[in-house]
Design a protein around this ligand. Structure first.
Ligand SMILES: [Zn+2]
Length: 488
């Protein structure tokens, strides 16, 4: 079989066109068709080659004879075997597996039909309350308040719960107070600008998606802030005087591309620096020379996709690393080799698979599936639905842990990735449990819903890219240029 034609999609401008086509279709079509179009337009650039007549929805609910994976014979054989060598981590791993085995077993005793349910109403109530009131336990996140806005708003959009306009406006006004006079957003009013809350604030404002929310972002000053944290080697520090790591490159690339302030030199040599973070394991680390890690790997890969350089990664090594992070017994993902399963990696790791699918397609891989991502989507959904839901709302790391907004956001984001494969013409859903478990799809680069990405791009691409003639200073000679590089 000859390799399929390379996709013609790929640039942000093309997403803009796709967004316009989507809205056109939404005006013309019935609600069901428009929902599919709006939710899946991003994959238009992901796979790029439609197959007519393959709109398809698989629901495990419809096939009650299909057993849950965790109830199948032989599932217990997937448990960890230490081969008689006990270590601190092997003991912890076995402890977690026993807890999860207990959860599966209790579920099996109570339910005659395997229909795990997403506790939508409970999650909605938990999230709604969090927008207005947080318990004392969140005091430690006083420097991460835009994150709380993003985690809650994104969770609500995945649940397809509208945000009342008065609440949206209050969030806008709060985030406006977090924007600093020198550009970028801080973790709270009166604090210093930092790339992480800047990413969270811009994402939250794009989810709200109103003229008011877009108008809050001072794009010229945001560009000044990005230059103030850019380093001579292409990396970024998280804040002025702060640490370098790969999250900063992603946060910078994400906000700059969404708000249309990417200038010719802003990301010069950034891809080269990110590529140095891919190590012998296949995943990426926070800085060159360290251990591969799910969160950092997502950030580095997504940043390279934005900058159009993902083909420079060793894609096959990355694929092998990430699929090996899905736990055989639990079904969820671990963040690093030899670590325990954690619900938040449902997005940081599983979210890599759409990026890899697209990258490998662009490289001419002809054997890629047109129905599934390259991980066990059913197993991940079972882990999230059975092991990560607090019965009174909110999601969590693993059984026994408490709920929080971070894990709620990333468990739901991962569940969405596991439910949706497809593009505008090739659309395949796999919903474990009831039909009502279906979440809205999420954009695998920005992790906000695809129609919000299209709308933001359309808004900001009407505005000119700010004038910018700045250049990064040349790299200093000496030790800085000979940092630990696994490729050197
Ligand atoms: Zn976690």
């Amino acid at each position: 079989m000859s390799a399929p034609a390379l996709p013609r999609y790929g640039s942000l401008e093309q997403e803009l066109v796709a967004g316009e086509q989507m809205r056109e279709q939404m005006r013309e079509d019935a609600p069901a068709a428009s929902r599919a179009a709006s939710s899946l337009q991003w994959v238009r650039w992901t796979i790029g080659q439609p197959i007519r007549g393959q709109h398809c929805r698989i629901s495990i609910m419809d096939a009650v004879t299909t057993p849950l994976r965790c109830f199948s014979e032989g599932h217990a054989a997937q448990m960890f075997a230490d081969d008689g060598v006990e270590t601190v981590t092997s003991v912890e791993q076995k402890k977690v597996e026993r807890t999860i085995e207990e959860v599966f077993s209790v579920y099996k005793q109570i339910h005659s039909l395997p229909q795990p349910t997403l506790l939508r109403e409970q999650h909605y109530q938990y999230l709604k309350k969090g927008l207005r009131h947080l318990s004392d336990a969140y005091e430690c996140l006083d420097a991460s308040r835009p994150w709380l806005c993003f985690w809650i708003l994104h969770s609500l959009e995945l649940l397809e719960e509208p945000i009342p306009s008065a609440v949206a406006s209050d969030v806008c006004q709060f985030l406006a107070r977090c924007q600093t006079p020198t550009g970028g957003f801080a973790g709270g009013p009166g604090q210093h600008a930092h790339l992480a809350p800047t990413y969270a604030a811009v994402n939250a404002l794009c989810i709200i998606g109103t003229e008011e929310s877009y108008g809050i972002i001072d794009r010229e000053k945001l560009l000044d802030f990005l230059w103030s944290v850019k380093q001579p080697d292409g990396s970024f520090v998280m804040h002025v005087g702060g640490e370098v790591d790969i999250r900063s490159a992603y946060c910078a690339a994400s906000v700059a591309s969404l708000t249309n302030i990417v200038t010719p030199t802003l990301f010069e040599t950034t891809p080269t620096w990110i590529l140095r973070c891919q190590n012998w394991e296949g995943g990426l680390s926070g800085v060159p020379g360290l251990e591969a890690h799910g969160g950092y790997t997502f950030c580095g890969t997504a940043a390279l996709v934005i900058l159009g350089k993902e083909h420079m990664l060793d894609l096959k090594a990355l694929l092998r690393w990430v699929v090996s992070r899905q736990m055989r017994f639990e079904g969820g993902f671990q963040g690093r080799c030899n670590k325990l399963v954690d619900g938040c990696y449902s997005f940081w790791q599983a979210g890599l698979l759409p990026l890899l699918h697209r990258a490998l397609f662009k490289e001419g891989e002809s054997e890629l599936s047109r129905q599934r991502w390259m991980f066990e989507q059913q197993a991940l959904q079972e882990y999230i639905l059975l092991c990560c839901q607090n019965p009174t709302g909110g999601l969590l790391d693993k059984p026994g842990k408490s709920r929080d907004f971070y894990h709620t956001c990333y468990c739901l984001s991962g569940l969405s990735v596991a439910q949706h494969f497809g593009n505008m013409d090739l659309h395949h859903e796999m919903i474990v449990g009831r039909e009502e478990n279906r979440l809205a799809p999420t954009h695998p680069i920005y992790n906000i819903c695809p129609d919000k990405v299209a709308r933001a791009l359309q808004h900001f691409h009407r505005l000119p890219v700010p004038e910018d003639t700045r250049q990064a200073p040349p790299p200093r000679a000496g030790p800085a240029s000979t940092s630990a590089d696994p490729r050197s």
